[in-house]
Design a protein around this ligand. Sequence first.
Ligand code: ADP
Ligand code: MG
Length: 253
Amino acid sequence: MDETALLARIDSQLHSLHLPGALENYRQLQDGLTAPEEALSFLSAILAAELDSRELHRYARNLRAARFPVLKELGAFDFTALPSLPKAKIEELASCRFIPAHETVLFVGNPGTGKTHLLIALGLEAVRRGHRVRFVTAAALVNELLLARTELRVPRLLRQYAAFDLVLVDELGYVPFSREAAQLLFEFFSDRYERRAVALTTNLPFAQWPQVFLDEAMTVALLDRLTHRSHLILCNGESYRLRQSRPGARGSA
Ligand code: ADP
Ligand code: MG
């Protein structure tokens, strides 16, 4: 690399590392060096090592913070098992553009169709791209919210969740909520609405949401928020688990 290219590279490295003092001054410091190119190469290599190490640590930290129950990759997902699934759409979602756009992803369908797999796979892609992600089941989220309410710290809990660029809420609607729980969940989704991204899975067709959320008017408001600027992925088909366990199925004895 020639000197001009090296200087440009170091500028950008120092900028990425948030080292404005070094950025402002290093060019003067290298004036008068006998072998500036060698010195600049050395400096650039050190900065590259620091950038790599920070990224690796950030990735490991974000992966731990995400609390995925298991690791599921999009690459391990067999799209032929559920032909109605829009593969291109899911690949587009895996580019994670919906995250800075603060959009919502909804996986809706019957059990065993890979909703949780896809949810976690999206989350992993997001972590790889440097996003802060948190996985939580709807039941655990409700318990956290109820506990926070008794301890008068719902706003603090919402702020903690707001620190995550993407929250993955798994299994919404498997158990009916109390009125209080439904209200808190409504508060949770309203808080993130248009400010942060959410992806969730549910086995509940929208028509059945009022039964689970109890309050009709609130359910309409909730669905309105969740479906506005959202990506709806319908996962309806035969259960992958059942299919795998059927005699004669691939992988079974
Ligand atoms: P759901 O959340 O819709 O009930 P899961 O995502 O938990 O379904 O899927 C059940 C199991 O089957 C998981 O171990 C998942 O990895 C696997 N699975 C489901 N669909 C597929 C698929 N199309 N390709 C590969 N594995 C799948
Ligand atoms: Mg699931």
